[in-house]
Write a protein of this length. Structure first.
Length: 544
């Protein structure tokens, strides 16, 4: 789709949504974050810095030089580069997710010196998008959050070269630091306020304050976070909502969780299961009065048909307790209602198509992109399918779970039939090897072959009782540390059920060069009785 073919009003709306922070300040960096923004960045990293980054990629920042050029949105329209700026860089990502070494499509954090800021920025974050085949998930996600009244970073795109070599298309995501916080939320007092980063299971449990990283504010004084933890975990009465009122903005928190559920953000705070690495990818921001809001981060795992999440599946502790509290649940129901209406009313399908069109010529020049042109197109089509069907899912849940008294200012939605999960043609089964099931009296059985559907493995199980099924995998021959596939689902009834897991980015990339043997382990956690496991070894074939 050509840019000119979009109605001018839709273009204006899309650009406004991407630009607009919570308080719409104009600023020097504004041009970096538009629907047509694809900047050109050159990094010069000296040999000493390369050696240090190879030894400790995500540790200390290392010296480098940075140059930037605006473009007209096309590879042929690159303007003049800025004079070189002395910066420091490090790599970003996690070994089981988006991390890539310098020899691959490394993701970067760039830090500017106080004496030479770039367009008023303190830092720049360049995401490699190796976990997002569509390359548009995060731009859509943060647009939805901001439209729903949740503070969220702005996004643009950049084509990166490192020491003259093309590294490809990156998401230029606004770093949530003091600069961005003050643009969106007002003055930030570093002595009394904080921005805490929650990842890989960090939650507001007793004794859990140390699990959070302090990104902004006094690292030694966590009294505001301790007060939040105390309120969350105190006994009732008073009720959960009453305890939380002095320390948290429940209206904003419930909007945050409602958007997460709506967009299928399984790897966030209110995802769909609690595990050693969940909740994940969120910030806790305390205002001048010590009241907390929640901000999203790391939102590439969204808009996928497999993760049309239930709106009331538990995960993070604050969300779980909200579901159990009558007043808070009413606030959450109201948030699902309002945010669903807001997001469904956004021109997201047009935005998805537009972004895919803008990125296409740049992707053709990307030698390190982990997916083919056909895979990118299929992933964009899946995003558009998700956008189309999700309002029906929300309408069904809202009708089925309406509180006895609808919260003030909210109309009960009409009952609408939600579309069934889309099932396409059955793909060729993977070659399967030996299988075994635990004894005695097995209550989980693996049925039929395991199927590969894009980045997911799917299988059918038979359960004798309700419970959780969690899929994990052991390393195969030559596989680096980390699970090859992981997923979980809760079943409220016994019988034949479908379960799947997402193939990790590392495994997906390795399948380009060779086949891998993977032992898939289905752990069944029954509501009553001991846990059990069923195991099957399979061969994941080399991708052709």
């Amino acid at each position: 789709m050509k840019v000119a073919s979009l109605p001018w009003l839709a273009i204006a709306c899309l650009t406004g949504l991407l630009l607009m922070p919570a308080s719409a300040w104009a600023d020097e960096a504004e041009s970096l974050y538009t629907t047509d923004a694809v900047g050109a960045i050159e990094l010069e990293i000296p040999p000493s810095s390369i050696a240090a980054l190879e030894a400790d990629p995500t540790g200390e920042y290392q010296p480098a030089q940075f140059k930037f050029a605006d473009t007209d949105g096309t590879p042929g329209g690159v303007g003049a580069y800025s004079a070189p700026i002395e910066v420091s860089v490090r790599l970003k990502g996690h070994v089981n997710g988006s991390f890539e070494p310098l020899s691959g499509k490394a993701a970067f954090k760039i830090k500017f010196k106080k004496s030479t800021p770039f367009r008023g920025l303190k830092k720049m974050t360049l995401n490699n998008m190796v976990e997002d085949r569509s390359m548009i998930h995060e731009a859509l996600t943060y647009t939805a959050f901001r439209a729903a009244g949740v503070p969220a970073p702005r996004t643009g795109y950049a084509f990166l070269r490192v020491n003259g070599e093309p590294y490809g298309v990156y998401l230029d995501i606004e770093t949530l630091d003091k600069v961005a916080l003050e643009k969106q939320l007002g003055p930030f007092d570093e002595e009394t306020q904080h921005l805490y980063e929650g990842e890989y299971g960090a939650d507001v449990v007793p004794g859990g304050a140390g699990a959070f990283e302090v990104d902004e504010g006094d690292e030694e004084d966590r009294s505001d976070l301790e007060a939040l933890i105390a309120a969350v975990n105190a006994p009732s009465p008073p009720s959960y909502s009453e305890r939380m009122a002095p320390v948290a903005d429940l209206a904003e928190l419930t909007r945050m969780w409602a958007v997460e559920k709506y967009i299928g953000r399984w790897d966030g705070y209110a995802g769909f299961h609690r595990s050693v690495n969940q909740p994940n990818n969120y910030y806790l921001y305390s205002d001048a009065a010590g009241r907390f809001q929640m901000l999203p981060w790391g939102s590439d795992e969204t808009w996928e048909m497999y993760y049309r999440l239930p709106f009331d599946e538990p995960d993070g502790l604050m969300f779980d307790k909200c579901l159990e509290d009558e007043a808070c649940f009413g606030e959450y129901w109201k948030a699902v209602s309002s945010t669903s209406t807001t997001i469904a009313g956004l021109p997201l399908d047009a935005l998805a198509t537009h972004l895919a069109s803008v990125l296409q010529p740049w992707q053709a020049l990307d030698p390190r992109k982990p997916t083919s042109t056909e895979e990118i197109a299929a992933a964009v089509a899946e995003v558009r399918q998700f956008i189309a069907v999700r309002p029906g899912d929300a309408a069904v849940w809202l009708a089925d779970n309406a509180p006895a008294e609808i919260p003030s200012g909210t109309e009960e939605p009409p009952l609408a039939g939600g579309p069934a999960l889309v099932s396409g043609s059955t793909p060729a089964p993977l070659v399967s090897g030996s299988s075994s099931t635990t004894t005695p009296a097995p209550r989980i059985h693996l049925l039929g072959p395991i199927e590969e559907r894009g980045r997911h493995l799917h299988l059918e199980v038979r359960l004798s009782t309700p419970g959780w099924v969690r899929l994990d995998s052991e390393r195969g021959s030559g596989l680096a540390e980390g699970a090859a596939c992981f997923g979980a689902r809760r079943f409220l009834a016994a019988g034949r059920r479908q379960i799947g897991c997402r193939i990790s980015a590392l495994t997906w990339r390795r399948l380009k060069s060779r086949s891998l043997s993977v032992t898939l382990r289905a752990r069944f956690e029954a509501e009553a009785g001991p846990d059990q496991e069923a195991v099957r070894t399979i061969e994941l074939h080399k991708r052709t």
